[in-house]
Ligand binder design. Structure first.
Ligand SMILES: Cc1ncc(COP(=O)(O)O)c(C=O)c1O
Length: 385
């Protein structure tokens, strides 16, 4: 019998260099508004390429909120949002007083498509919010064309998509705004943190002021310390120097992190190929390059308890899993109570939420972990097929 292993779904990869980067900040006098934040923004922009402009913020949700404030979206407006996403994607729309209109997703990738979006456009629609589901890029050219034809803004939620590209362009740079997350389970972590990105320098400048109370000049721009004016309303969504230093140190390892994730994903995918009653969500478009956030296995069982049974069996064997996402957002209580929920409305999102299991592919996995996951899942599926 194979000895039991303990495999968490995610474990932040923190190196001695990361620790030294944080310690250097603590040894100095600047904990906020300093050089680390600025350098992280410049280095993330260089990583994305294509003339990106970046604004570091306190979370992906903060970046999404700032995107809608910046775009002037508010009461009376609708934003098309995937039903299959984290609530943050929809909450950001709610916080500006607009209405999220949920759209169902593609069964192979979990992503919105231009066709599905088009069916949801009304005279009140102002923006499309896309999520690159589990790091699989949406087909952005078709979505951007649709948005241009209809005069709509595009906000890309790239929380799981560091490293994801379409036609070589990094996601987040197709639309009007891209929003990244550096939460601990993500590709790069700053503890909590995020990045607002845009190809438009003006958008980044405006968002940089909005995230810092709406003041007209940052610390480094003030001739007389402490003197500034406030021409607009703002928020405090800044990233401090300690997380920025950690983010820079992590970003320096991005190529290795991405290569390890891809290798783990492919090995796991090969090992699961041909197992009864499952398929793996993956990029199906050869122009799309995934960020390989996790490997979502979709069970084709009609038994509603089957997925939870598989999760429990894996947990009993020491294998950590997650679910992306626990319910379609319109089925979450807040949204159900507010907008009503039609049971049959989002069948694909519901199927993925109810019948998928997300397996780890992060850089913390050893070769043996992958073989163990394949063997454990195979036994579990074959036993019940
Ligand atoms: C698609 C998506 N958007 C937004 C978020 C929220 O990110 P943050 O915790 O950085 O606000 C998440 C978190 O996992 C996510 O999956």
């Amino acid at each position: 019998m194979t000895p039991r292993r303990e495999i968490p779904f995610a474990r932040p990869w923190i190196t001695d260099e990361d620790r030294r980067a944080v310690a250097r900040v603590l040894e100095g006098p600047i904990l906020a508004h300093g050089p680390e934040g600025k350098a992280f923004e410049a280095e993330f922009a260089a990583f994305l390429g294509d003339g990106a402009h970046c604004v570091s913020v306190s979370s992906c949700m903060a970046a999404l909120h700032l995107a809608y404030v910046h775009l002037g979206i508010g009461p009376g407006n609708e934003v098309i949002v995937p039903a299959l996403t984290h609530v943050a994607t929809a909450h950001a729309v709610e916080w500006v007083g607009a209405r999220p209109v949920f759209a169902d997703c593609d069964p192979a990738t979990g992503n919105l498509t231009a066709d599905r979006i088009e069916r949801c456009v009304t005279p009140r629609t102002r923006a499309i919010s896309v999520v690159h589901f589990a790091g699989i890029p949406c087909t952005m050219p078709a979505i951007v064309d649709l948005a241009r034809d209809r005069g709509l803004a595009v906000v890309e939620d790239c929380a799981l998509a560091v490293g994801a590209r379409y036609d070589g362009r990094h996601v987040g740079l197709f639309g009007d705004a891209g929003c990244f997350s550096f939460y601990p389970v993500k590709h790069l972590t700053t503890g909590e943190g995020g990045m607002f990105v845009s190809r438009h320098a003006g958008a980044a400048e405006k968002v940089a002021r909005l995230r810092a109370f709406g003041v007209d000049r940052s610390h480094s721009e003030r001739k007389i310390p402490g003197m500034y004016d406030v021409p607009s309303l703002g928020l405090n969504y800044r990233m401090a120097e300690i997380p920025a230093a950690l983010g820079r140190s992590q970003l320096a390892r991005a190529p290795e992190i991405l290569a390890r994730r891809e290798k783990n994903f492919r090995r796991l995918q090969e090992g699961l190929a041909g197992l009864p009653g499952v398929c793996v969500l993956d990029a199906v478009d050869p122009r799309a390059r995934s960020s390989f956030y996790c490997l979502s296995v979709l069970l084709d069982s009609t038994d509603p308890g089957r997925r939870d049974g598989v999760v429990s069996a894996l947990a009993a064997a020491g294998i950590g899993t997650s679910v992306y996402y626990p319910k379609p957002v319109p089925r979450m209580r807040y949204y159900r109570d507010r907008y009503g929920y039609d049971e049959g409305a989002f069948p694909v999102a519901a199927r993925i939420a109810d019948r998928s299991v997300a397996l780890p592919v992060g850089p913390h996995l050893a070769e043996e972990d992958i073989a163990y996951m394949i063997e454990t899942l195979r036994k579990e599926l074959e036993a019940r097929s």
